[in-house]
Ligand binder design. Structure first.
Ligand code: ADP
Length: 298
């Protein structure tokens, strides 16, 4: 059975609900992708998070959630006295959603220390590893460099490395992000960015320009997302079928990634996989929150 690892942070989510109440869940880009990948895969595989959590009640509940989603927890480091990060989604008077984060002390920021103390044991036997710009943004520069070194070694051993830059201006400056995201692309076989972040960070205005940049960095397979407009899959455009109703676009890109990778692992071509990823993302944005509840999935 293949070992698929999603490296990064999962947070406690508090989403505004009716009557001034908040609904508590768990979310985070690589976790969202892990859930949709696991749910979509036809070929059995071990899908797990490579992350760090604490030993508090919320961390325990998070790990229980991972298990309930069929995810493998053996590479979730549990740190005594630490807690997970938290974010809150509030809706303002204009119906616009705002995200507030409490994540500076999150256990996941210590992930690279855990990996290093274990001498990279978590990577052993990995067939595919997905990481994102958020996985990197929450780390110190020293830890980013250590991690990318480990990922290069893993790739040299034959693992497939997948990267989504998921640029978040709140987490780091433009120049810093542009530097590290380019380094990360240099470790990746498959890239799954959005065109907008390439426009912002490197001034590339078209998918073709972004694709040239990525190919130059050694990326072999790429899908460039352009929201509701279109996808650019290894040089070919694919139209996106607009969603009938957009309820909440949270995790559109993450679910696309999950559906895309599941289809690729099940043997589909990149173009077919992109169609399946887009169909899944279109479904996800019809629901509130990042994760479609299990009861509504089947
Ligand atoms: P993110 O900002 O989360 O990365 P994007 O806006 O790039 O997400 O969208 C990711 C994918 O979700 C798109 O490539 C597309 O397949 C799908 N998608 C996004 N918006 C729509 C929409 N309005 N209708 C249908 N599909 C959509």
């Amino acid at each position: 059975m293949k070992k698929l690892l999603m490296l990064g942070e999962c947070m406690v989510e508090m989403a505004a609900a009716e009557g001034g109440l908040y609904r508590q869940g768990f979310a985070g880009d690589v976790y969202n992708t892990a859930v949709y990948l696991k749910r979509s895969l036809k070929t059995p595989a071990q899908v797990g998070l490579l992350t760090a959590v604490g030993d508090d009640a919320m961390s325990e509940a998070m790990l229980a959630r991972f298990r309930a989603e069929g995810l493998d927890n053996r590479h979730c480091y549990q740190l005594a006295g630490a807690m997970p990060g938290l974010y809150l989604i509030e809706v303002d008077e204009n119906g616009e959603r705002n995200f507030l984060y409490w994540r500076s002390q999150a256990a996941a920021r210590q992930l690279v220390r855990c990996i290093e103390e274990d001498n990279g044991a978590a990577f052993s036997g990995t067939d595919l590893l997905l990481f994102s710009g958020i996985s990197l943004a929450i780390l110190s520069a020293e830890h980013r460099a250590l991690l990318l070194g480990r990922l290069k070694a893993l790739r040299a051993q034959g693992a497939t490395l997948v990267f989504d830059p998921n640029y978040r201006a709140k987490l780091w400056g433009k120049e810093e992000a542009a530097h590290w995201l380019a380094q990360a692309y240099g470790c990746a076989d498959i890239a799954l960015p959005g065109l907008e972040e390439h426009q912002l960070l490197w001034g590339q205005q078209s998918p073709e320009q972004a694709a040239d940049f990525l190919t130059g960095l050694g990326v072999k397979e790429l899908v460039i997302k352009q929201g509701p407009e279109r996808l650019f899959v290894n040089g070919q455009y694919l139209a996106v079928t607009p969603a009938e109703q957009v309820v909440d676009t949270t995790a559109a890109g993450d679910s696309f990634n999950g559906g895309y990778l599941a289809a690729r692992l099940d043997g589909q071509s990149p173009l077919e996989a992109a169609k399946l990823g887009a169909a899944l993302a279109r479904r996800v944005i019809g629901y509130r929150g990042a994760i479609i509840e299990q009861s509504q999935w089947a």
